[in-house]
Design a protein around this ligand. Structure first.
Ligand SMILES: Cc1cc2nc3c(=O)[nH]c(=O)nc-3n(C[C@H](O)[C@H](O)[C@H](O)COP(=O)(O)O)c2cc1C
Length: 204
């Protein structure tokens, strides 16, 4: 009986914590024009809390080309949406607060901009702000093979504390489907910000 009471208290606590996260935590998610738009979509589906979304011009074309989602359906997964040329958006300012920013997937063209302080789109400006304010920034980079320029740009960002997560799944969780593979990569992104998830089986 005491054990049942404990479980009930435990699930109330879980519900309470989930609501606290939804009320308090705020994320910026950018989808850029690399292959793997589904990573950004799964991330939006898995993240709890307030979500602010920006989709680059190329990504707007890649989403319907690569996935079963329309751009409108993806935008509906966020609480607030900005266009990549909306430089007056809240996230363009360092005074606007949020907990972490993800660029998923992240193109090497975007990586090059970020590594060189170019801030001529909303995504690159928000990233530039994230770096100068020393906030958590996760880039889910997708390109292969990588040139020395790409590797140097990524290294430069990694040395600044930016988390470079390659769209490169481990196979120890024994994925059976493409969805499993996507979830392993997205799960590794969530690991970077300490979000609890069950997207893949951890090594034990
Ligand atoms: C279908 C498609 C797939 C692409 N895949 C990649 C990719 O995987 N990685 C990459 O770095 N660029 C990729 N590109 C090129 C980028 O879209 C291009 O460099 C673009 O300028 C990136 O701009 P953005 O980062 O502002 O979206 C792809 C382009 C297209 C049309």
């Amino acid at each position: 009986m005491a054990e049942i009471g404990f479980h009930i208290r435990d699930s109330y606590r879980t519900i309470f914590y989930r609501w606290m996260i939804i009320l308090i935590v705020r994320y910026v998610v950018a989808i850029s024009g690399a292959s793997g738009a589904i990573y950004g979509i799964r991330l939006l589906q898995e993240l709890e809390g307030e979500k602010i979304l920006v989709i680059s011009r190329t990504a707007r074309e890649i989403i319907p080309a690569e996935t079963d989602y329309t751009v409108e359906q993806v935008e509906a997964m966020a609480d607030q949406v900005f266009d990549d040329d909306q430089m007056f958006a809240s996230i363009a300012s360092g005074s606007f607060r949020y907990d972490a920013m993800f660029v998923a997937p992240c193109s090497e063209s975007s990586v090059a901009k970020f590594a060189n302080g170019i801030a001529d789109t909303l995504i690159s400006r928000a990233v530039s702000v994230c770096i100068k304010e020393d906030r958590k920034l996760i880039l889910l980079v997708r390109e292969t093979p990588k040139s020395a320029i790409m590797l140097e740009n990524e290294l430069k960002l990694a040395r600044l504390g930016v988390r470079i997560v390659d769209a490169n799944p481990g196979f120890y969780p024994r994925p059976q489907t493409v969805d499993d593979i996507v979830d392993i990569v997205v799960g590794r992104c969530l690991d970077q910000v300490g979000v609890d998830h069950g997207l893949y089986r951890r090594w034990e």
